[in-house]
Design a protein around this ligand. Structure first.
Ligand SMILES: [Cu+2]
Length: 524
């Protein structure tokens, strides 16, 4: 039929049916040609985006700015011997890059927040006043505390009001942090700049000879990537091909661009926090020198882990101790991270990106530091045989867990207080994810079916899961039963979290049913 049509001569008076078929053929050929041009155009566009998508600042920095150290927030003691901390969330202008002011948000300042420090056994009370133009929350990431004090999406702080949770610190020394958690707006609020460190000390381990002089040889390193518009504003755009959300092309450490740090002692502890909304880092030194990883999310490892790299997905922390020679300069660098994606997708997720983070400048003379001890901490042993049940979670697409989107009015799981459970989390999607569980620290007992690598050997609250990957977590839920107020579990790639990759669990007494959530909590 096609041949007949294609070869039929054009002449007046031929049957109308033939003319229609010829017209149809021309339309079909035209559409195919247009389609081909379209496909080629799209492919070309994608190739152009791809070629532009790998980012590196190596060789472009002058290390011109002294690293800012977030100030320590001094508490006052109230009549009940509680340590009371005051945080005021505010907006304002920050000079994140020389000469170009940027409108940002922060706590007790216009960008980031002060470092809070408390010790095991302390009773703390936080007054968080919201002077931002939107409702928000402050979540104490990694903290073991009552759900009502956790600062998840149910503990909304309206503009002009103050939220005052109180709890007792009861967990090992650790590098925790705080950040907003309003449902659907977490990525936005964190990107604007609200975040800070919450350092826990433990009198029993403070005798360890680890560097512990804050800002001198114990250095906070808060990693964030940003993108700026030409006039200096935060750029909220993102690549249409990114499977994980917004990635920046500028790196900030503690809110400092292009930073250097003078060091005065032989060994320095760096407390690394990935406070980015989506970017995964693989941190090491430009000269590949080995260092000791001494801590994970929830505290010190039992033994130091000697390595050259520490991968960090959003929300994760690591404490490392590095050794320096007098007079040398060495650059802390993020190398291309292993995301488990193909060549095309990987590039749009930052898998090809390299960032110089911070130049460390050792003085001509360095104060000697004792070596890192072989034993760091005694961990409470969790036994898988003690687990009362196994729950399975599938991460689907970029917005669902077990095929459900987050619903503030739905309790997904009720866990019995003081029990241990196995949580198996599988990434069924083609996107990288991680999983963060509120209120607890867990142990990773299997990673992709095998033994977890040493950098996951410690207490964790957030763990990366590549596409197709799986983790098995051993989680204990000590104390703080409350059938009415849920904790969250979610992907900490904040765009995924905001779009629904989150669920809720309550901790209940044996046999107690979860309370139904009041309807006003559906709104957020
Ligand atoms: Cu995710």
């Amino acid at each position: 039929m096609t041949t007949d049509l294609a070869t039929s001569p054009t002449r007046p008076g031929r049957p109308p049916a033939r003319r229609r078929r010829r017209l149809l053929l021309r339309l079909l050929v035209g559409a195919l040609a247009l389609g081909l041009v379209g496909v080629l155009g799209l492919a070309g566009l994608a190739a152009w985006f791809w070629s532009q998508a790998d980012t590196s600042n190596v060789g472009r920095l002058g290390f011109a700015n002294q690293l800012k150290i977030p100030p320590l927030l001094e508490p006052r003691l109230d009549g009940a011997s509680r340590k009371v901390f005051d945080l005021r969330l505010q907006q304002g202008s920050s000079e994140l890059r020389a000469g170009k002011p940027t409108q940002t948000w922060g706590a007790n300042g216009t960008y980031l927040g002060p470092t809070i420090r408390a010790a095991r056994g302390d009773q703390v009370m936080m007054h968080v006043r919201n002077d931002l133009p939107e409702p928000t929350t402050i979540h104490w990431h990694g903290m073991h505390l009552p759900a009502a004090a956790d600062g998840g999406p149910h503990q909304l702080i309206r503009p002009g009001s103050t939220w005052s949770p109180s709890w007792t610190i009861d967990q090992p020394a650790a590098t925790l942090w705080y950040h907003p958690h309003p449902h659907g707006a977490t990525e936005d609020h964190v990107y604007r700049g609200v975040a800070g460190l919450f350092l826990l000390e433990d009198p029993e381990v403070s005798v360890l000879p680890l560097p512990d002089r804050y800002g001198v040889d114990d250095i906070p390193v808060v990693l964030q990537d940003k993108r700026f518009t030409p006039d200096g504003a935060l750029d909220f755009g993102q690549s249409p091909f990114s499977p994980i959300g917004r990635l920046g092309d500028q790196l900030l450490v503690n809110g400092t661009s292009d930073p250097y740090l003078n060091i005065t002692s032989q060994r320095v502890r760096l407390r690394l926090l990935n406070a980015s909304t989506a970017r995964v880092y693989d941190v090491g030194f430009a000269d590949d020198r080995p260092f000791e990883q001494v801590g994970t999310d929830g505290g010190l490892l039992e033994r130091p882990h000697r390595t050259t790299r520490v991968p960090l997905s959003p929300g994760e922390r690591a404490e490392i101790v590095a050794t320096f020679q007098p007079g040398e300069r060495v650059v802390l660098r993020s190398f291309p991270p292993e995301l488990g994606l193909d060549l095309f997708q990987g590039r749009f997720a930052g898998a090809d990106d390299t960032f110089d983070l911070l130049q460390l400048r050792a003085g001509a003379e360095l104060t000697p530091s004792p070596p890192v001890p072989d034993r760091l901490a005694d961990h409470q042993h969790l036994d898988q045989a003690d687990a009362v049940r196994t729950r399975r979670f599938e991460l689907n697409g970029s917005s669902r867990i077990n095929n459900l989107r987050m619903d503030l009015g739905r309790i997904d799981h009720a866990v019995t207080v003081d029990t241990t459970e196995v949580w198996e989390v599988t990434n069924q999607s083609g996107n990288p994810h991680n999983v963060h569980v509120h209120g607890v620290q867990f142990k990773v007992t299997a990673y992709a079916g095998g033994s977890p690598s040493p950098h996951l050997a410690g207490w964790k609250d957030t763990v990366f899961i590549p596409p197709g990957g799986s983790v098995r977590l051993l989680v204990q839920f000590p104390g703080y039963g409350d059938p009415a107020v849920p904790y969250m579990f979610h992907c900490h790639l904040l765009q995924h979290e905001d779009s629904g990759m989150m669920g809720q669990f309550v901790v209940v007494q044996p046999g107690q049913p979860p309370a139904s959530l009041p309807s006003h909590q559906h709104r957020g």
